[in-house]
Design a binder for this molecule. Structure first.
Ligand SMILES: [Zn+2]
Length: 410
C-alpha cells in the first residue's frame, strides 16, 4: 500500500488547477507538467501505445494476455483540480490508525477537520487518513483516480497469472471546468465501454445523472420619472419577481433530493429598465425535464400575454443528458462493477448523481461510462481527505473488473 500512497503524493504535489475563464485547451499550461510525468510513469511500468495528444489527453494500452476475444474496456480519470480552491504547494498530512477525533489541520489558522461536522470520517476509524494542511485542497479529486488506474495496471503487468483482455486507460484535462470530455477521441480510445474513477465514498457506483439545461431570462422595462410614471413605467425588477413566483416554490435545490428535479435561480441582476435572471433546470427523468422547460417558457408567455409581448424573453439551452439512457441497453457493464465490489466485500452504493459527469458526455459520444468511487471526500476545498485504504480498494476494484470481464467472455 505504501507504493500507492507514494504515487498519490507524487501526483498531488504537481499543481494542475484548471481555469474556467481561459478558453484555451487545456485551460492551464501547468496541466502539462503532470501529463508529462504520467507518460513517463506509464512507460516505466510497462504500458504500451502511451500517447499524449495536442490537447493534453493521455491514452495507453495494456494488451490482452488471453487467446480468446474479450471486450476492450477502459478506465478514465482527470488530471486537473478544481478552480474553486488553490492546489499550489499541497502538503499532505498523514494520520495512521485514525482515532475518530478532531484533526487539527492548521493550528495557526484554527482549521479543524471534525467528525461532528463531517460525520463520514467515522467510517474510517483505524485507517490511514491523508488530509491537507488546511491551506490548499488535496487533489484526491481526481488524482486518487489517476493513482488507482496506474497502480492497477502495474499490478496486472506484474501478475500475469491474472487473466485480462485489452485494457485502455485515459487521463483527461479540464474536467473541473466541464470540458474533460470535449476533445476526448472516443474512436482512438477504442474501448467498448469504460469507467470513470471519479466518485467519492467507497462503494459508490453511478450510472444516472441529471438532464440539464441553462436558461436566461431578460425582462425589458421602461424607465420614466417616478413622479410622472403612472401608466408608463414598466419596472422590470417587479416583473422579475412575478416570474420567479410563477415557478413552483418547492422545486428548488434546497428543498429537493434523490430523483426530485428543480429550477435553480443562480444569478439575478436588475434595474428598472432591465433585469436578467439566470437559471439552471435539472431533472433525471427526460419527460419531466421537457415538462420543466415547457413550464418555464409558459410562465414567460403568460406574463407577456398580460403585460404586452416581448417584455419577458426566455432562452433555454440544453447542457447535458442523463447517461442512464445510454447505459440501460448495456446494463451488464454496471453488473460487472457491482459484482467486482461484492467479491471484494465492498457494499455497492448505487445512486443517481445530482449533477453531471464526464462519463455522461462520453456515454453520448458512444462510450458508455459509469462512474466508480475513487475514495476521497469533501472535494474542492481544504477539508478534502482520502483514506489510504480506499485508494487500495478502488485499485482492487479495477483489477477485479478486468478479471470478471474476462471470465464472462470465456
Ligand atoms: Zn472529479
Amino acid at each position: 500500500m505504501q507504493k500507492i500512497i507514494d504515487r498519490f503524493v507524487k501526483y498531488i504535489k504537481v499543481d494542475t488547477q484548471s481555469d474556467p475563464e481561459n478558453p484555451a485547451f487545456p485551460s492551464t499550461e501547468k496541466q502539462w507538467d503532470l501529463a508529462k510525468i504520467l507518460v513517463e510513469d506509464l512507460k516505466e511500468i510497462g504500458m504500451e501505445d502511451v500517447t499524449l495528444d495536442d490537447n493534453c489527453y493521455i491514452m495507453a494500452t495494456l494488451p490482452s494476455n488471453v487467446d480468446f476475444e474479450v471486450p476492450v474496456i477502459g478506465f478514465i480519470a482527470h488530471i486537473d483540480t478544481s478552480p474553486d480552491y488553490t492546489g499550489t504547494n499541497v502538503n499532505p498530512q498523514f494520520y495512521p490508525n485514525y482515532d475518530g477525533k478532531d484533526i487539527v489541520l492548521n493550528k495557526e489558522q484554527n482549521i479543524v477537520l471534525s467528525p461532528s461536522y463531517f460525520d463520514d470520517l467515522l467510517l474510517y476509524k483505524g485507517q490511514t487518513l491523508i488530509t491537507t494542511d488546511g491551506t490548499t485542497l488535496l487533489g484526491a479529486d481526481d488524482k486518487a483516480g489517476v493513482t488507482e488506474i496506474v497502480s492497477a495496471m502495474e499490478y496486472l503487468i506484474q501478475h500475469p497469472e491474472i487473466k485480462h483482455g485489452k485494457i485502455r486507460i485515459g487521463f483527461t484535462p479540464d474536467e473541473e471546468v466541464g470540458k474533460g470530455a470535449h476533445m476526448f477521441d472516443v474512436d482512438k480510445f477504442g474501448a467498448e465501454w469504460a469507467y470513470t474513477m471519479d466518485g467519492s465514498q467507497v462503494g459508490e457506483l453511478e450510472f444516472e445523472n441529471f438532464n440539464a439545461a441553462g436558461a436566461k431570462v431578460t425582462i425589458n422595462g421602461k424607465i420614466v420619472h417616478p413622479g410622472y410614471a403612472k401608466g408608463k413605467m414598466i419596472n422590470s425588477m417587479l416583473i422579475a419577481n412575478d416570474f420567479i413566483s410563477g415557478l413552483p416554490k418547492n422545486e428548488v435545490p434546497e428543498k429537493t433530493e434523490g430523483y426530485e428535479g428543480f429550477y435553480h435561480l443562480h444569478t439575478m441582476e436588475g434595474e428598472v429598465e432591465k433585469t436578467n435572471l439566470e437559471y439552471i433546470i435539472r431533472d433525471h427523468d427526460i419527460k419531466l425535464f421537457e415538462e420543466r422547460k415547457a413550464t418555464f417558457q409558459k410562465v414567460a408567455d403568460d406574463l407577456n400575454k398580460k403585460l404586452g409581448s416581448n417584455i419577458v424573453e426566455v432562452e433555454i439551452k440544453d447542457q447535458y443528458f442523463n447517461m442512464r439512457e445510454k447505459i440501460e441497453p448495456v446494463m451488464h457493464i454496471v453488473d460487472i462493477a457491482e459484482e467486482a465490489m461484492k467479491q471484494l466485500n465492498i457494499k455497492p452504493l448505487i445512486k443517481a448523481i445530482r449533477g453531471g459527469t464526464d462519463g455522461s458526455q462520453l456515454s453520448y459520444k458512444g462510450l458508455p461510462c459509469p462512474n466508480i468511487f475513487a475514495g476521497g471526500h469533501n472535494f474542492h476545498g481544504r477539508y478534502e481527505y482520502v483514506p489510504a485504504e480506499s485508494l487500495k480498494l478502488a485499485t482492487d476494484v479495477i483489477i477485479k473488473i478486468a478479471q470478471i470481464t474476462t471470465e464472462r467472455a470465456q
